[in-house]
Design a protein around this ligand. Structure first.
Ligand code: ADP
Ligand code: MG
Length: 339
């Protein structure tokens, strides 16, 4: 059995998924492959080219206790707990997704592994099972975007994702363009970052003005606390930007799309407070390169990657001048599985 699942890059729609908002990720050509042979033993044994420690997980897995041990064995155990395979097996994991850079190596691992362990269910059920596995593995209540993008990706398309209905709509990605991701090199684990704090600020805002997904900028006057007003303003305006961006991408208007990326970064920086001087600097450096339509931080913030939409031809000229690890990303299809 051989399975593959892609990482993803989020083009626009940041910190909107956990309030049921809109995002526009795309599955990327970098992904995780699992080669797996079931056995008669009640033991899963997996090697990874990204980690010297072999993962041993005894079956059945009955619940994962929260733990400071963040090793990848927890991901394997958490996925096994969701899939509940009758037998163990042996396998090997290989990944071309950089770990911890914000391109979702964790979702790629979960999805490829769940398929290898014999997950049965719809694509949406697969994404939800892998989201639950991620919660159990790392103890952070992250949104559904990463897993759903990895499952539902469509070659040549980005995905407009409604995190309330969990509907995904493929949006054609323009010919002659690609996404450049530049790694800031700064690693902050979601749990230790302000992620949980932002989630609770959004909850506090929703307690006053109702679901942010359905709020409008006029509703912001109902929020007396200036901090909550800024947080809510980011989410409300970001949802609107995603709608506009999907429409712009669909008609090939990369100029308009790039401006919306820039505006998303500005909002994440000033209203949502998740950017840093390094991320601001990298985004503006990207914007100064020839053929770049727009740039923004992607992921939770405080580190990880900055992404740009860029003309492929232009990237050939400036890409080697990078000062940070960087990847050229194109849209890929979703997870696959073959006997
Ligand atoms: P991201 O998903 O953005 O890459 P995360 O912090 O969410 O970053 O997930 C990274 C973690 O996922 C790694 O520290 C590791 O525990 C696990 N992981 C992902 N892919 C692999 C892999 N191929 N082999 C081993 N562990 C992996
Ligand atoms: Mg992740």
């Amino acid at each position: 059995m051989r399975t593959w699942a892609p990482g993803r890059v989020n083009l626009i729609g940041e910190h909107t998924d956990y309030t049921g908002g809109l995002t526009l990720p795309m599955a990327i050509q970098l992904g995780t492959t699992v080669e797996y042979e079931p056995s008669s033993e009640p033991l899963i044994r997996l090697e990874s080219d990204q980690d010297p420690r072999e993962a041993w997980v005894r079956l059945p897995v009955d619940g994962l206790r929260p733990s400071a041990d963040a090793s990848w064995v927890r991901f394997v155990a958490a996925v096994a707990a969701q899939v509940g395979p009758a037998h163990g097996g042996r396998g090997r994991v290989r990944s071309t997704v950089p770990l911890g850079a914000g391109l979702s190596s964790s979702a790629a691992l979960e999805v490829a592994l769940a398929l290898a362990l014999g997950f049965r269910g719809s694509p949406l059920e697969l994404a939800l099972a892998c989201q639950r596995a991620e919660h159990a593995a790392i103890g952070v209540p992250s949104g559904i975007m990463d897993q759903l993008a990895s499952v539902a990706g469509r070659a040549g398309h980005a995905l407009l994702m409604d995190c309330s209905s969990l509907a995904t709509t493929p949006v054609p990605f323009p010919e002659g363009y690609e996404v450049v991701a530049l790694d800031s090199g700064v690693r902050r684990r979601l749990a230790s970052s302000a992620y949980a704090e932002r989630r609770s600020e959004c909850r506090a805002a929703e307690a006053v003005i109702g679901p942010l997904r359905f709020a409008s900028p006029e509703d912001l006057t109902g929020l007396a606390d200036p901090l909550l007003r800024r947080r809510a303003r980011h989410v409300i305006t970001e949802n609107a930007r995603v709608e506009e961006a999907a429409a712009a991408l669909g008609r090939g208007d990369t100029g308009a799309f790039g401006q919306l990326m820039d505006a998303s970064h500005a909002s994440l920086s000033s209203d949502f407070g998740v950017s840093t001087p390094v991320l601001d600097e990298l985004a503006s450096w990207l914007r100064s390169q020839p053929g770049v339509a727009g740039a923004r931080l992607t992921g939770a913030g405080f580190g990880g990657c900055v992404v740009a939409l860029a003309e492929s031809g232009g990237v050939d000229r400036w890409f080697p001048e990078r000062r940070h690890p960087a990847w050229r990303l194109v849209p890929a299809g979703g997870a696959t599985s073959a006997p």
